[in-house]
Design a protein around this ligand. Structure first.
Ligand code: FEO
Length: 408
């Protein structure tokens, strides 16, 4: 059976593939809805393949490529990014098309050797260089750390299409629908924010630099290596990445607890209810043993308030809370208010560790910290309500300043 590539326009084919069998992206982040590895074939006087796919999908990928080439040979393979979900099939492509020239920057060339032992038939490009394909041309812009040091994007100058590699990408397989005007945007919005916060968010400063670098370009279409192709409203995904990389947050609170027998959970419920009574509408409560940190991080990226509670487990935080805290620490989040609480059990340790974590970061930390002995007493419950009130007060301060800005 001939595998179908998708014609994007008269010179561009989508030859990407879906991966619905990998459980964890980077062997870390859940892929309940799969992921797409996008790849594009540009056909002008010369042919150029823009990125490849994970090696496990090389069979379908190479069949699609062969069909899209319609008997032509492959002249160039542009390597925008070396992470193996995109570079994994390079060796195979070279076997299929021995004369293909790889295109990458100095760092790409280093990694081609270090990952795959490839040292020949490589064309080095620098920031701002152009590759003439005869009737079409690609201009390269380096975008270091979005997502790796060698990451770069390319821009087809006549059609104004941006090939953006990981930037503007998202989780979620492309279930037949590959363009932004074909998809359910709510689903992809959420999966794209999860991808951003899990994979790219740590490098938000570099995302801002990349956006600044590309801001002078007129962009008609964004073709990333994951998630939908933004052909109708490329400005939407650019705006989302801009907001997320500026840590722009909404009013709301994410409460996460680690609880063995329900005592710490009950404390979380008190805080959640009090927040509701204070008029906070977006309240998300998670059991860290049940919900993977991938989803929790995505919600924390969205909302300004974070409240973490942990029982003490062997003189320290509950192990899965430690895991979450490590992920948060890795991401250097700013523009968040944080509160902590927990239980002492027989030795204490969890609340102290949570408090130290909060103070090490760039958070606005709520002063009051409630540490119940084993289960919360009446005094603890009153304290938890005060924590909720302080959080609500800080969030409402933002409402007032937004209102003030509107009036000014
Ligand atoms: Fe999709 Fe950083 O690779």
């Amino acid at each position: 059976m001939e595998l179908l590539s998708v014609k994007i326009n008269d010179f561009l084919h989508y030859v990407g593939v879906n991966d619905r069998d990998t459980h964890l992206f980077e062997n870390l982040w859940p892929l309940e809805n799969g992921v797409a590895y996008n790849s594009y074939l540009l056909t002008a006087e010369k042919t150029a393949l823009l990125d490849t796919v994970k090696i496990t999908k090389v069979s379908d990928f190479s069949a699609k490529l062969k069909a899209a080439l319609k008997g032509k040979t492959l002249d160039y393979l542009v390597v925008h990014h070396m992470e193996p979900d995109h570079s994994g099939s390079i060796v195979m492509i070279r076997e299929m098309y021995p004369d293909v020239q790889l295109v990458g920057n100095k760092r790409t060339i280093q990694y081609l050797d270090e990952f795959y032992g490839i040292t020949d038939n490589i064309l080095e490009v620098k920031d701002g260089d152009t590759l003439d394909l005869g009737g079409r041309s690609l201009r390269f812009y380096t975008t270091p750390m979005v997502h790796w040091p060698e990451s770069m994007v390319s821009y087809e100058e006549k059609s104004k299409i941006l090939f953006s590699q990981d930037a503007f990408g998202g989780f979620g397989a492309l279930d037949g629908t590959i363009f932004d005007d074909e998809i359910n945007l709510d689903f992809y919005h959420s999966e794209t924010r999860r991808y951003y916060s899990n994979i790219v968010g740590k490098f938000s400063k570099q995302v801002q630099s990349a956006l600044k670098k590309l801001s002078g370009l007129e962009i008609s279409m964004v073709c990333p290596v994951h998630g939908p192709i933004w052909r109708s409203h490329p400005e939407k995904i650019i705006e989302l990445y801009d907001r997320w990389s500026r840590y722009e947050v909404e009013e709301g609170v994410v409460i996460v607890y680690g609880s063995m027998y329900g005592n710490t959970q009950r404390m979380a419920e008190v805080i959640a209810r009090q927040l509701a009574e204070e008029g906070i509408k977006n309240i998300k409560v998670f059991d860290v043993s049940k919900t993977h940190e991938s989803y929790i991080l995505s919600e924390i990226w969205r909302y300004k308030g974070v409240i973490l509670g942990s029982c003490t487990y062997n003189n320290y935080m509950f192990p899965l809370m430690t895991k979450l805290v490590n992920v948060l620490e890795m991401n250097n989040l700013i523009n968040h208010v944080i509160g902590v609480f927990g239980s002492y059990s027989w030795s204490g340790g969890a609340v102290k560790a949570l408090r130290e974590f909060a103070e090490r970061g760039k958070y606005d930390v709520i002063d009051e910290v409630i540490e119940a002995k084993c289960s919360a007493c009446d005094e603890d419950i009153e304290g938890l309500k005060r924590v909720a009130k302080q959080m609500a007060y800080k969030l409402k301060e933002d409402r007032l300043s937004s209102l003030q800005e509107m009036l000014d």
